[in-house]
Design a protein around this ligand. Sequence first.
Ligand SMILES: Nc1ncnc2c1ncn2[C@@H]1O[C@H](COP(=O)(O)OP(=O)(O)OP(=O)(O)O)[C@@H](O)[C@H]1O
Ligand SMILES: [Mg+2]
Length: 459
Amino acid sequence: MAKQKTTTKYVCSECGSVTPGWMGRCPTCGKFGTIIEEIEQTLSPSEKKVRQPYAKPVKLSDIGSEKITRIKTGIGELDTVLGGGIVPSSLVLIGGDPGIGKSTLMTQVAGILSNKLKVLYASAEESHGQVKIRCDRLGISSDNLMIMNETCLNNIIDEAENYDVLIVDSIQAVYLEELSGSSGSVGQVRECASKLMRFAKSSKTTVFIVGHVTKEGAIAGPKVLEHIMDTVLYFEGQPEDNYKLLRAVKNRFGSAQEVGVFEMRENGIFGVLDYNGIFVSEDRGTEAGSVVTPSISGNRCMPVEIQTLLSKTVFGMPRRMPLGVDYNRTAFLLAVLEKRAYMPFYSFDVYVTAMGGIKLSEPSADLAIVLSLASSYKNSPIEKTTCAFGEIGLTGEIRPVMQAEKRVVESIRLGFKKIVLPARNYEQVKKYKDKIEIIPVKHVYQAVKTLFDDGKLAQ
Ligand SMILES: Nc1ncnc2c1ncn2[C@@H]1O[C@H](COP(=O)(O)OP(=O)(O)OP(=O)(O)O)[C@@H](O)[C@H]1O
Ligand SMILES: [Mg+2]
């Protein structure tokens, strides 16, 4: 068979127009930094694509069900996030900030899996010696674990054909010689990932790709390859924190809501089963500006403390500094408090954090954020044993949220004595009123009044 000729072309990722070379700005749509290099395969006239035979539609009932046999990684938290274990032939991306523990986790997975499977760890960033140091630290000494120190992706793929699991650490450090761009460029990262995807689907090998998330986000980061992956997992948390969260942001074989909690120790990264004390502080309740919300991620309910601080604005423009909470959501809730509960924040810089480095994306945290802000504003602490959940609308109404019962049951289990929740969720949870004091609220103003004005309800 004649060898396929490959050429490269430069395409705008926004509008799709082809340019003769790399340019900073697309001449067609005018966007900056969108031109990327792509591989184009030129077929000889004898190899031109032919129309495939007609694929007849098949009745759904005639298609046999395929059972997915998952392979357990042996790390419980990772298995949970993956949806029950590794699916053969799948492509999994582990992304995260530099130094957060991606290689540590992958080395541990490789060590455990190599007891029963053939595992190839392609380390493009570190030498054999460096990988060995890590393996020694983690106590891994398997004979079946092969380490390959290689940056050329085609060599890695050629070698990986006989393995069950391939780990590529990292996608930014490997390259395809067909492309002229340097490794780590958007074109290289995308083409390398596509090649690994084709390899995973055409073989029985499961491929793990490690990717760095750059501070700028999309540029050459794993964001450009999320759509071709089967599963995308991101490590969250500060590199200096001991606790890390592994969050599934996409999963073709399981829930994309799951979160795994890990602790970094000297001898490796370990799943944390009792995560209740991680996202709350012990001495809360003494200072104003803190309240706990029972937050749901996947199948879990985790109590997360919201802390807020107000400080007088020095320069005319008040600053809003949320950490772990969406910026726009914070601005929105401040506006609702100003307009509907008559608390002006325009002369304060506002700091909001979700404790323990967790990112709260659920709207159910709205009520806790608002109560914490109100507590700061009134300089009145909320009791340690009080928690709150509920979504807030622009009119100030408190809207019901999903899985209210689960949140209440978990709050009771963790020893909370009082829970503030949307009035429209009350029916579902009133059976627990002997075990916890339930305060149903309809409006932000009412919620603030109830908590800070000795139980007197607003009109
Ligand atoms: N001897 C040690 N004792 C305790 N922790 C260690 C030790 N050596 C490394 N670590 C921890 O491991 C982390 C680095 O892990 P790892 O190399 O897996 O991260 P990474 O995400 O792969 O980083 P990179 O982006 O550089 O590849 C460090 O942040 C550090 O906390
Ligand atoms: Mg690494």
